[in-house]
Design a protein around this ligand. Structure first.
Ligand code: 0L1
Ligand code: MG
Length: 289
């Protein structure tokens, strides 16, 4: 089952709820940092494939609330161009990434229709600045996930899961950013692949134990189990559902959630290929052209 079939292309415009980028960034009526200005720079960086410096280094008032509003504005530009919101991605879900960033919770970004790549299609490297790929478990929801969400309620609301690949493409120079920068940059979202096999959660003995083997040009470079994602990939989806509910949004039936990196990101290069073999969920080959 591949509900978001071959690559890209507009599916009709949409609007992100509560997107009012000019509401934040004002202190006592004086504007200190404008989320729309941040979004505009990110839009240009992505369009021209030219990495930029970190906002957090330029402005000490750049906070998480402003960063999420900038993300909304960044993503809204894609919706205004005709893309459709298909779901969300989680980031910083592994202990390793959280320690590296000095944080103790994940973050989220939004996934639009133009980011979905067709299974088996090579990755067009000239669409990106410096892409890296990592394995994930994706959840396709059959029902809304109501707060307070738990691993159990997420699994009950899930139609099927897939092995998946997240193409990360930071719009910042050298992939260097603070938490606020990467939130504004839509969690480095670049593109996504879904694997060839969909399984209902009750068809999988234990989601935490789904293994992934990563090969670069045939050689095994990494192995991991899905428990790397917050102990259970459904735990990160539950975190997201609760976070969105607190912000007046919600996880809805039909949405797709990329639950966070199982393995660490690896660069994808012209002529190279990275293959992800998931236990029971098939393989995804990402060939760079
Ligand atoms: O998918 C992710 O983990 C994104 C958040 C961290 C940003 C990155 O590694 O580019
Ligand atoms: Mg990821």
């Amino acid at each position: 089952m591949q509900p978001f079939g071959p690559c890209v292309g507009p599916y009709g415009a949409a609007t992100i709820p509560a997107c009012d980028p000019h509401r934040a960034g004002h202190a006592g009526g004086v504007q200190v940092i404008d989320p729309q200005d941040i979004a505009d720079e990110l839009i240009v960086a992505e369009r021209e494939r030219k990495a930029i410096g970190q906002f957090s280094e330029q402005d000490p008032d750049f906070d998480l609330d402003t960063a999420y509003r900038a993300q909304q504005a960044f993503v809204q530009s894609k919706l205004d161009a005709g893309e459709r919101l298909v779901g969300y991605k989680l980031g910083l879900t592994s202990r390793n990434k959280q320690v590296a960033m000095g944080v103790d919770s994940p973050l989220y970004g939004r996934v639009t229709s133009g980011m979905i790549c067709g299974y088996g299609e090579p990755v067009q490297l000239d669409r990106f600045i410096h892409p890296r790929v990592e394995s994930e478990i994706a959840f396709l929801l059959a029902r809304d996930v109501e707060p307070p969400a738990t691993v159990i309620s997420v699994l009950a609301a899930t139609d099927v899961i897939f092995g998946a690949v997240d193409i990360l493409d930071s719009r910042y120079e050298g992939f260097k950013f603070a938490l606020t920068d990467v939130v504004a940059d839509n969690a480095s979202a670049g593109g996504f692949y879904l694997g060839p096999i969909a399984r209902r959660p009750d068809e999988v003995a234990d989601l935490r134990l789904i293994g992934c083997v990563v090969r670069v040009s045939g050689d095994v470079v990494m192995t991991a189990a899905s428990a790397a994602v917050m102990g259970h990939p459904a735990a990160s989806v539950a975190w997201l559902a609760n976070q969105l509910a607190a912000e007046g949004e919600g996880l809805k039936a039909g949405q797709l959630v990329f639950s966070g990196g199982v393995t660490a990101p690896v660069p994808v290069e012209t002529g190279g290929s990275v293959t992800f073999e998931f236990d029971g969920l098939g393989s995804i080959e990402v060939a760079g052209v």
